[in-house]
Design a protein around this ligand. Structure first.
Ligand code: SF4
Length: 329
């Protein structure tokens, strides 16, 4: 039996805000590139010129050479766009849209820990930073990764080199499993993915026996082990596009289902609920609204600034990531 598609969520009504296509056209006429992360709501995704995960957006920011970028995502993502495109004005709908994972790793704490490890190991470990971190942390890191390329990035480091992985302990633990490398892990985590419970995932699996469970590598180990596949959001999209009439249980931020329904509507997607709430929306991403986007586009504010010396060091670590060839997977 083929699954029944869950309808794409109704776009929010925004007073005095044009339709998403009109916003995009307005921005294009003024040379503004709108980027939106896949965890943004449907309205913002529709208004954007480009929707993607952190890696896709970093690549788009580097490739497009836009003079002005409006970034619908969280603060560290806009910083990344600014670092890769320093001549561009980069602005955001809400400067307060942060990230609990990025907040869990402060640059000064990381610097102290790197010094401690250097003393203990007799050499500095190679620091691999998940892209969900501040510019200051990127500047202290040797190479950046995303959930989509973390495995390849760690594989690119010569065997025998000690590796410190920051800030997400669950992603780091998964990378250690799939690469067979021993990694020193920072103990940060994402408040959204941390909340998925293996019990609720198993209950959904019992209710939908033919379903394929996809879990993001930021999920805790028990949830990853209950899943059929552990994938970043780009990997989830690839699997969904290749499937036909398949039911998927999806353990990641629930706005991802908007993109899945749009780009692979032949399947059914069931969001995995968190342990304490029925949805898994990122409260930081939710700070961006259609009204704030429209205001930001007109004012070209609030802008993101990164100190030039921090940006230069962070850019080196980002460029090292962009040079790592993606695996044919
Ligand atoms: S989903 Fe998690 S990692 Fe992503 S922005 Fe929200 S808190 Fe940060």
């Amino acid at each position: 039996m083929s699954p029944t598609a869950i309808p794409i969520p109704v776009l929010p009504q925004a007073q005095d805000v044009p339709e998403p296509a009109e916003i995009r056209r307005w921005a294009s006429e003024r040379g503004i590139l709108i980027l939106a992360h896949s965890y943004q709501d449907g309205f913002l995704q529709e208004a954007a010129h480009f929707v993607g995960d952190s890696l896709e957006l970093a690549r788009a920011a580097a490739r497009e050479q836009a003079h002005a970028i409006c970034f619908c995502g969280v603060h560290f993502m806009a910083e990344t766009a600014k670092i890769l495109n320093p001549a561009a004005e980069v602005f955001v709908p809400d400067l307060e849209a942060g990230c609990s994972l990025a907040d869990s790793c402060r640059a000064e704490d990381l610097a102290r820990y790197q010094d401690f490890l250097a003393g203990k190991l007799g050499r500095r470990p190679v620091t691999v930073a998940y892209i969900n971190c501040t510019a200051g942390v990127k500047a202290l890191s040797d190479v950046i990764c995303t959930s989509g390329n973390a495995r390849e990035v760690v594989d690119s480091i010569p065997a025998g080199e000690p590796v410190l992985f920051v800030p997400d302990q669950h992603l780091g633990a998964w990378v250690a499993e799939v690469t067979g490398r021993e990694l020193i892990l920072w103990n940060g985590s994402c408040i959204v993915h941390e909340l998925f419970s293996v019990d609720t995932v198993r209950r959904l699996q019992e209710q939908h026996p033919g379903a394929v469970t996809l879990a993001h590598p930021e999920c805790p180990k028990a949830v990853r082990e209950a899943a059929d596949q552990v994938l970043g959001t780009a990997g989830m999209l690839r699997v969904a596009r290749e499937a036909q009439d398949q039911t998927f249980i999806v353990a990641t931020e629930s706005n991802m289902l908007y993109r899945l329904n749009k780009e692979a509507p032949q399947n059914m997607y069931i969001p995995a609920p968190g342990a304490s709430c029925a949805c898994n929306l990122c409260p930081h991403m939710q700070k961006n609204t259609p009204e704030k986007l429209w205001r930001a586009l007109q004012a070209r504010q609030p802008q993101i600034e990164v100190a030039p010396e921090v940006a230069a060091r962070a850019r080196r670590a980002l460029e090292r990531m962009l040079a790592v060839r993606p695996a044919a997977r």
